[in-house]
Design a binder for this molecule. Structure first.
Ligand SMILES: C[S@@+](CC[C@H](N)C(=O)[O-])C[C@H]1O[C@@H](n2cnc3c(N)ncnc32)[C@H](O)[C@@H]1O
Length: 277
């Protein structure tokens, strides 16, 4: 199922977990998530909720239980163990070597770019991807490559951030200038169109808004840094590089609800299928 140039390793053979990423444009994203690796699991509340909802969509046919599932953008393998209850072989793929290394879960892992997947055609039974595909450089191309890698009848369970996500952070920073400190997200309808263009049958595509709440704006801003969700497009404008007075302005402009600083994540939960031949 893995193409010949991929390097796979089960923990503890970390030395073998080589990085297949050779596109320098990806290194900033990789660094950001690697920096967040230690704090990730403790801060990823919303991600856990989305993963639970994604698990509820799973429908694993008997024929696939002995098969292969790819946990794409697996991070510190937070969902890999649960996936192993449904699929005999679960392969964790992530751009960040540090994220992959930080887990004790016993599973093969590959450090690779989802935009250059080392997977053979018609080789996997399922893809599970929670809170990761929005970092793809081209979502539609990614959907084409996942479709190609899946066996006929294979399933993809994907959660993707869409427009509206992190709007509170955007609003707060807009007092400084027009640079967006958060990523631009696709619309729900663009996402649906891309999966259809790739050939998938959509079994369900539901939009859910998850919200984290913090007692102050600074904690809200720090929370997106702790999960690596700051902008990939404007890395020189990170909150960490702001002067004290600029940061005070941003915090003062943060929209509060009942004295709480909310951080909203607009997420599409997709259950997709590749038609049987
Ligand atoms: C928010 S974390 C999600 C982790 C995990 N799936 C979860 O449910 O908590 C997003 C993950 O996507 C990975 N990622 C970002 N861009 C990627 C890419 N181009 N290829 C593979 N993984 C990528 C990051 O390194 C990070 O570990």
């Amino acid at each position: 199922m893995i193409s010949p140039h991929a390097v796979v390793a089960d923990k503890p053979n970390y030395a073998q977990v080589k990085c297949l990423v050779n596109n320098s444009a990806k290194h900033a994203t990789q660094r950001k998530f690697s920096t967040a690796a230690n704090s990730y699991a403790a801060h990823a509340n919303v991600q856990k909720q989305a993963a639970n909802d994604l698990f509820k969509l799973m429908n694993v046919p008997d024929s696939a239980q002995q098969g292969y599932c790819v946990d794409l953008g697996a991070g510190p393998l937070v969902n890999t163990h649960a996936l192993q209850q449904s699929y005999h072989h679960v392969l964790a793929i992530d751009l960040s070597h540090t994220m992959l290394k930080s887990s004790n879960v016993v599973a093969p892992r590959i450090c690779a770019d989802m935009d250059n997947l080392p997977l053979q055609a018609n080789s996997i039974d399922a893809v599970f991807s929670n809170f990761a595909v929005q970092w793809s450089a081209n979502f539609e191309t990614l959907m084409h490559s996942l479709y190609k890698a899946l066996k006929p009848g294979g399933h993809a369970y994907i959660s993707a951030l869409v427009e509206g996500s992190l709007d509170e952070i955007k609003t707060a920073f807009s007092v400084l200038d027009s640079h967006s400190r958060v990523n631009r997200f696709q619309t729900h309808s663009n996402i649906n169109q891309s999966v259809i263009n790739a050939g998938f049958i959509i079994n369900s595509a539901t939009k859910v808004i998850y919200t984290d709440q913090f007692s102050n704006p600074l904690s809200a801003i720090h929370s997106i840094k702790a999960i690596g969700a700051t902008s990939q497009n404007h890395s020189t404008h990170r909150a960490g590089l702001l002067t004290k007075s600029a940061l005070q302005k941003v915090c003062a402009a943060y929209p509060l609800i009942n004295n709480q600083a909310h951080v909203s994540y607009h997420v599409v939960l997709l259950s997709l299928e590749k038609a049987k031949i």
